[in-house]
Structures are given as structure tokens and as C-alpha cells.
Design a protein around this ligand. Sequence first.
Ligand code: FES
Length: 130
Amino acid sequence: MQLRFEVLAKWKRRNKKMVTVKFTFEDNRIPERTVTGNYAGMQIVEITEENNIHLNHNCGEVCACSTCHVYVEKGNEFLPEISDREEDFIDRAINPRLESRLGCQCVIEDEDAYLEVHIPDQAKIIGHEH
Ligand code: FES
């Protein structure tokens, strides 16, 4: 009986859904990093903070600046649709592109999501981390 529970617990651990995010950096001195965890419901900004990855977020994550600007190169389907307000602030970011998003507005909606996120050079952005 005990063995059955152990096998079941092991199977559950192995099949637990996880979010994976691969981060690459415009600052080519920073090596790419892939992080995996229980990140569903979290913003990209929160995931960077949890993993000690530098991403500015000056306005306190309320979509009122563009310092948390990132490029979501894969996995946009796991995020909420972009709002008019977010688009507005992306227009004020440095080098906005089609895949631009604001890291604080990107809440991971799927517990099995895979994303690739490129982080602009934070040295070019006047900002701070919390
Ligand atoms: S932290 Fe200001 S818009 Fe994301």
C-alpha cells in the first residue's frame, strides 16, 4: 500500500505542469537563462524578480510607464491580449517592435506555458528594480 502511494506521488511530481520561460538579453554579457516553476498567474516582472533577473519597473506595475518593456518572441498565446493602454506605453518605449509587451501586463495564463522573452539593455533605461 505504502509503495502504491509513493509511486503515485512520484507520478504526480513528474507530471506536474510547469511554466518555462527562456530569457535572452540585449546586453550580450548576460548569458541566456531558462527558468521553470509554478509561475501561472504571475507577471513576467514577478518571474524576473524571483529569479534575480534585472528588469526595471518604475511605476509599480500599473501600466503607467514603459520601463518594463520586453519582447515576447514566443508564447504570446499564453498571455492576455494587449490593451490600448499597454500599446500606448509601448509606443513610448525604446525600439518598440511587433512582439513588444510590458512585463507587468503579461500575466501567465496557462500552467503549462512556454515563453521566450528578450530583455532590452537595462542600462539604456532610466529605472529601478524593487
Ligand atoms: S512597470 Fe510601469 S508599465 Fe510596467
